[in-house]
Design a protein. Structure first.
Length: 421
């Protein structure tokens, strides 16, 4: 049995956390998961919008995801070190402030009508989200029994999916409506200014709230119930390294699918939808993930996490194959249903990979968030495929990603320490 995390109250007394404190903390954290889900999913709206404004190819448009998720690769390990030094709560506050700064940078980017400045703004925004994730994900995992960590993280990720469900619909109204209008391209670019200024204000309000809240203080150097000291680093855990690969391919597949849905639905063989109408269907993709996470949070109290992960990965792969080799409503429904089976994947891989890391948990979280760079790399390659062989066939790339995830669920997730020479 895993050791109960030790927490300190507001008077700096060391004690074990009670369920009431944990419930309050988890409730507060759901707002963060909602916000970064909302912001991340807005990229699916930005891509077709900026593609039209700046006359970009699919590959060039995917630089949006490359810069956004590339920040995870650059910032994750430093974020893990920062969180280990200042603690989870201060890490959350810092992440919110940096993300707000990135949102504010959209205003000059639109005024200058500069795609490179947009990309820099996305990088800064994602850097804040990275620090937020490195702080919040392990915090949620440790707020309670290790056996139900996957269930707990799945529940909070469900609110992340609520954000991703709402974002496409609002983004289509606030942003894409202008992309198809008679406005000049400069004016169309400026349609993103006020939505992102509003997001910045909300993030700063959340930062102030989390600076004020008194949450349980969990040690970033969690110790076991014995005096044994675990040597080495998180890199020695085989299931963590394979979990990082799993996060890489999962995030890459999920982001690739979301990024290309508008273009996929616009294909004559699928639905011939206008961008503003197609964007609203993205809500069903992310809404499926939200529903699946609420169901998964309850079901995974009793179902083995690894087996559930394998089942969902196999179903996602089969649905993509249906979408690639069919047309019309069948292809459209199949690709949207992938969201339902994506639901438990990220939190489950994350929790399985951190299992048994003890004092290396903070470093392990940084490594896993580092792997989110898959969201930068795989969409870029799918963009290259879309330019070369077409949007529909390019979906074979995320299908391959789910093969590894299925393997990780049944084999790779078993805790093991690599032999150290």
């Amino acid at each position: 049995m895993a050791a109960q995390p030790m927490v300190a109250d507001s008077n700096n007394q060391t004690l074990t956390g009670d369920n009431g404190n944990y419930t309050f903390a988890l409730t507060s954290l759901t707002s963060l998961f909602f916000m970064w889900g909302f912001i991340t999913c807005l990229n699916d709206i930005l891509i077709p919008h900026l593609k039209g404004v700046f006359d970009l190819s699919y590959t060039q448009a995917m630089l949006v995801q490359f810069c956004f998720f590339g920040a995870y690769f650059i910032v994750s390990l430093p974020s893990g070190a920062i969180v280990k030094r200042i603690g989870y709560q201060k890490g959350i506050v810092g992440g919110l402030i940096v993300a707000a700064l990135g949102c504010l940078m959209f205003y000059p980017a639109a005024s200058m009508h500069s795609y490179p400045v947009f990309l820099v703004a996305l990088f800064v925004l994602a850097s804040g989200i990275t620090l937020l994730q490195v702080s919040a994900n392990p915090y949620v995992s440790m707020l309670g029994d290790a056996k139900t960590a996957s269930s707990r993280l799945t529940m909070t990720q469900a609110f992340n999916s609520l954000g991703t469900t709402v974002a496409p619909y609002l983004g289509a109204i606030l942003i894409l409506d202008h992309a198809g209008s008679a406005m000049s391209k400069a004016a169309s670019a400026e349609s993103v200014q006020m939505p992102y200024v509003a997001l910045a204000a909300m993030l700063l309000i959340l930062a102030a709230i989390f600076a004020w809240l008194k949450l349980p203080v969990l040690s970033t150097n969690e110790s076991s119930t014995t005096d044994e000291v675990t040597s080495g680093s998180a890199w020695q855990f085989r299931h963590l390294i394979l979990g990082a690969v799993g996060i890489f391919v999962y995030v890459g597949a999920e982001v690739s699918i979301g990024s290309f849905l508008v273009s996929f639905f616009a294909e004559p063989s699928i639905a011939s939808l206008a961008e503003v109408d197609a964007a609203k269907y993205i809500a069903y993709y992310w809404g499926g993930a939200m529903v699946g996470r609420f169901i998964g949070a309850a079901a995974m109290q009793k179902i083995n996490a690894g087996k559930a992960l394998c089942f969902c990965a196999v179903m996602a792969m089969l649905l993509i194959l249906v979408a690639v080799f069919s047309s019309g409503d069948v292809a459209m429904i199949a690709i949207l249903l992938v969201g339902l089976f994506n639901s438990i994947m990220f939190p489950t891989i994350f929790s399985l990979a951190l299992n048994g890391l003890k004092e290396h948990t903070s470093q392990g979280s940084g490594i896993l968030c580092l792997a989110i760079v898959g969201g930068a790399i795989i969409p870029l390659f799918q963009g290259l495929l879309a330019d070369a062989i077409g949007v529909q066939l390019a979906f074979l790339l995320p299908a391959v990603c789910y093969v590894f995830i299925a393997y990780y669920g049944v084999v790779g997730s078993k805790p093991a320490v690599k032999a150290v020479s």
